[in-house]
Design a protein around this ligand. Structure first.
Ligand code: TGC
Ligand code: FAD
Length: 405
């Protein structure tokens, strides 16, 4: 889209976002002043720079590429990673708060940030060499570079251990062959952290750069969900990757799954943000919309919907607040993260569906954010481990029995 058109959107829509976050249990008292300050600054940025344009980009199914640098400027990329690599050096609760503020506006934008921070920067930080960290992290943190994470394949989604993408040792480089599918950010990414197997079937992470011969990133079209996020494939056709691009610090599926712990944690805060926005929209509408000579909020059926939404949102807020504490102490378990991701995406979908009904016909239009949130959340409930997979992770934790296969 042309710059002039974008400027016009900002002018036309500035000031229309009236979001007020629900906080029924005074959970704000549990946050530090610094956390609240950061939240306010991200919220202000979202209202000024994101809300005015997001609906337009989602309707057009176009990635708002110009916000990548801005997301870097506000510290949304890897806020939980150390300052020495150009990152925020903040705690996990603050990371969660930032994801919540972004997804409050759009899950696709949160996706861009969580892929970059948890799935590209985090593996480089955690498993990369010092040279890899110095080379990539500052540019990824500032938004000068965009990254993506390639785990899922056409025939291996919930069971990534079956992946067939392979690399062969050729002395000073490896030869990469295969394909990844459903990859957020792929069409615009400068680098991809790709998980592939060697001759012995061992999984390693490899940093693949745009421009390497034989590497392409075709875009996935026709999505009804996450339309403001770019999704694509990663195709490797005899790609020569220097050996120094292999992440030295990890081998096996625990590499990508460790990164997913961080990203799934962020989603549990983020999806709740979408729920809070739907609730806030529905409350405001219930006071303004008159039927049978009364605001619809005066009818018991509508009050029931609002009361139940707020109850679920409040429970979910307490869940992520406590999970943030556990993350900061290094005590959160994968099963605890699964519970929060699964619960909070589910309640967000239910809140979105109820809120949409409360807006009647207006609920299906782009005048309000609810239908966009609802459709986005259909991806969020599937990616980073489906709703079923997180239930099975919990089931295994409880019983000790593996019900996956
Ligand atoms: P399993 O045998 O259980 O485990 C293999 C190895 O991994 C270790 N492990 C973990 N390590 C760290 N964190 C975790 N959460 C871990 N879970 C398991 C495990 O200890 C073992 O280590 P070792 O040393 O013994 O080798 O593996 P499995 O093959 O049975 O699979 C388990 C299962 C099904 C839970 C897992 O594969 C899974 O989570 N599947 C879902 C796949 C998924 O989430 N894909 C996400 C793709 S990325 C994405 O969707 C990004 S969307 C981004 C956006 O736009 O926001
Ligand atoms: P499948 O694994 O085929 O599952 C189909 C159904 O079967 C699901 O309902 C599932 O719950 C169920 N099922 C599977 N196994 C079991 C079982 N053992 N027991 C019971 N039920 C089971 N991946 C990346 O690597 N990087 C990305 O950046 C990324 N971004 C994405 C963006 C979008 C918009 C989407 C939609 C997906 C993205 N993904 C990404 C892929 C995502 O992680 C996968 O879609 C997800 O893991 C599920 O895999 P699948 O789609 O192949 O479904």
């Amino acid at each position: 889209m042309e710059n002039l058109e974008i400027e016009h959107l900002y002018e036309a829509n500035r000031g229309k976002d009236k979001y007020i976050a629900p906080d029924f249990y005074g959970i704000d008292d549990l946050l530090s002043d610094e956390q609240k300050l950061i939240r306010q600054s991200v919220r202000d940025w979202v209202k000024k720079d994101l809300s005015p344009i997001i609906e337009y980009f989602a309707q057009k199914s176009e990635f708002p590429q110009h916000i990548v640098k801005k997301l870097g400027d506000i510290g949304a990329f890897g806020p939980q990673l150390p300052v020495e690599y150009g990152c925020g050096g903040m705690d996990y609760t603050t990371y969660g708060i930032i994801m919540q503020e972004l997804e409050r506006c759009d899950s696709g934008v949160r996706s861009t940030a969580s892929v970059q921070g948890s799935l590209v920067m985090y593996p480089i930080y955690k498993f990369g060499s010092e040279e890899q960290k110095q080379k990539y992290l500052p540019k990824l943190a500032s938004g000068e570079m965009l990254g993506c994470f390639g785990l899922t394949e056409p025939d291996h989604g919930s069971n990534p251990s079956g992946m067939t993408t392979k690399f062969e040792d050729k002395g000073d480089h490896v030869l990469l062959n295969g394909a990844k599918m459903w990859i957020s950010n792929a069409p615009f990414a400068d680098v991809a952290v790709v998980w592939a197997k060697n001759d012995q079937g061992k999984i390693k992470g490899i940093i693949v750069e745009r421009g390497m011969e034989g590497f392409t990133t075709p875009e996935t079209h026709g999505k009804w969900s996450l339309r403001a996020s770019a999704t694509g494939e990663l195709v490797f056709n005899n790609v020569k990757v220097p050996k120094e691009n292999i992440l030295p610090g990890v081998e096996g599926l625990k590499g990508p799954l460790t990164c997913l712990n961080s990203a799934r944690y962020g989603i549990s805060w983020g999806a709740l943000g979408a729920a809070m926005d739907c609730y806030d929209t529905a409350v405001r509408y219930s006071k303004e919309r008159i039927q049978f000579d009364k605001p619809i909020g005066a009818f018991q059926l509508q009050q029931k919907k609002l009361a139940e939404m707020l109850t679920e949102i409040t429970k979910a807020q307490l869940l992520v607040w406590r999970l943030g504490q556990l993350m900061d102490k290094g005590l959160a378990t994968p099963a605890q993260i699964s519970m929060a991701k699964r619960n909070n995406v589910e309640i967000a979908l239910n809140v979105a569906r109820e809120a949409r009904q409360m807006l009647g016909g207006m609920g299906i239009t782009g005048e309000f954010p609810i239908m966009r949130h609802m459709m986005n959340l259909e991806s969020v409930v599937t990616y980073e481990g489906t709703h079923d997979i997180h239930l099975l992770i919990l089931g295994m934790e409880i019983t000790g029995e593996n019900a996956f296969n």
